[in-house]
Design a protein around this ligand. Structure first.
Ligand code: F3S
Length: 388
């Protein structure tokens, strides 16, 4: 591959993988089971990214393992209805088309594990969306570094990645024990992730929790850890699959201790809101909503009318199930939208005339002000929705 025997696209991709391996001291490559590729929204990759991808597709680049895409900048089918400009949307569609030519499955979601890209315990993968990396490493027990978009695409084309970091047993040990002395629910998990991410940076937190998180809580926790810090893996005692390996072989002093009290969670909940006003647009689904999250919102909205706008961001696969179950119809009747393929951070929502965005995700609360220049209110979704 490196010597060009398999064509230009493979050669260039392998050059990237070898360079990464050299930087991080990898001894060899490892075959991967799947890839998840970021660098999709026209808002983040622009014309340079679009041209790069069209060139790559033009020289015959093809992925060799199941690979899925991160969210794009618009709902690929309903962009007009949601108010996105034609200029932005057409370029976005070209980006997704180029990925499709390369063989990437264009489900455009940051929760690929809910939509057909589900690795198994111990499998090596090359994923790049930071919240999905955190979920895959921590909740599933698969193994991936936080790949950049080009690294994940190169790995998808070559079917391999460099063996270092979280692919190795030694890279998966805890660095901080986090004793959480309060019971958590709803957005508290995101607040905890934000707080701990700020403290541990790229470390590996080992949580001792009083409460029992479900899989939605775990995706919120990981997304927040990965956005305020650079966490790619966490363990939770008695919950995540590798917690019993996280401390093995460590000496006293290898691991720091952090405690979290109720007041810490309350402080972060307040800190993550930048406006005292009610949101004019509520955006749920960061990371992309699961079917049961959509179902709960639909059940809450049954027979009601919304005063503020509502988007629930998810994948087309989850939306298809929500359509069949009648959840989408209930949400639309109340005045909301189930939005596919995109999210409040990578879509150009700053161009749609909204001023205050309501989110129940600490990751979104962290990014919306900087990426979109808008105010946010961070709270449980029931408190964000205003009923007529
Ligand atoms: Fe996903 Fe967008 Fe949040 S990519 S994790 S919904 S910022």
């Amino acid at each position: 591959m490196f010597q060009g025997e398999y064509g230009t696209a493979v050669e260039k991709s392998m050059e990237i993988l070898v360079a990464l391996g050299d930087i991080y001291g990898a001894e060899r490559m490892v075959e991967i089971e799947s890839a998840q590729i970021s660098g999709v929204s026209y808002k983040t990759i622009g014309d340079a990214g679009l041209e790069y991808l069209e060139d790559l597709a033009g020289v015959g680049a093809r992925v060799t393992v199941p690979s899925t895409l991160n969210p794009a900048g618009v709902d690929l089918e309903r962009w007009k209805e949601l108010g996105f400009s034609s200029e932005f949307s057409y370029k976005q569609l070209r980006i997704v088309e180029a990925y499709k030519k390369i063989g990437v499955i264009t489900t455009c979601t940051c929760t690929p594990y809910l939509s057909s890209n589900l690795p198994i315990l111990g499998s090596h993968i090359a994923w790049s969306e930071s919240s999905a990396v955190c979920y895959a490493n921590s909740v599933i027990g698969a193994r991936t570094n936080r790949e950049g978009g080009p690294g994940a695409l190169s790995a998808a084309i070559c079917g391999r990645t460099s063996l270092y970091g979280y692919h190795l047993e030694s890279g998966r040990k805890a660095s901080v024990v986090v004793e959480v002395k309060t019971s958590l629910k709803g957005v508290d998990y995101g607040a905890l992730g934000y707080l701990v991410g700020c403290e541990v940076g790229g470390g590996v937190p080992f949580f001792q929790l009083e409460s029992n998180p479900n899989s939605n809580d775990l995706k919120s926790l990981g997304a927040a850890l990965a956005s305020s810090g650079a966490v790619a893996l966490y363990h939770i005692q008695d919950v995540t699959p590798e917690y019993h390996l996280a401390m093995r072989g460590l000496e006293v002093g290898d691991v720091e201790l952090m405690t979290v009290e109720t007041s810490d969670i309350e402080r972060i909940r307040r800190k993550l809101s930048s406006s005292p006003n009610k949101p004019d647009l509520v955006c749920l689904g960061c990371p992309h909503a699961s079917l049961d999250e959509v179902a709960r919102v639909a059940s809450f909205l049954e027979g009601k009318k919304l005063k503020n706008q509502l988007w629930i961001c998810t994948s087309i696969l989850v939306k298809a199930a929500a359509d069949r179950m009648g959840y989408t119809a209930v949400i639309e009747k109340a005045g909301g939208h189930v939005v596919c393929d995109t999210c409040m951070v990578v879509a150009p929502i700053e161009e749609l005339g909204y001023e205050v965005i309501g989110v129940d995700s600490a990751k979104a609360a962290n990014y919306v002000p900087s990426m979109c220049g808008l105010d946010v209110v961070f709270d449980d979704w029931e408190n964000l929705l205003v009923i007529k």
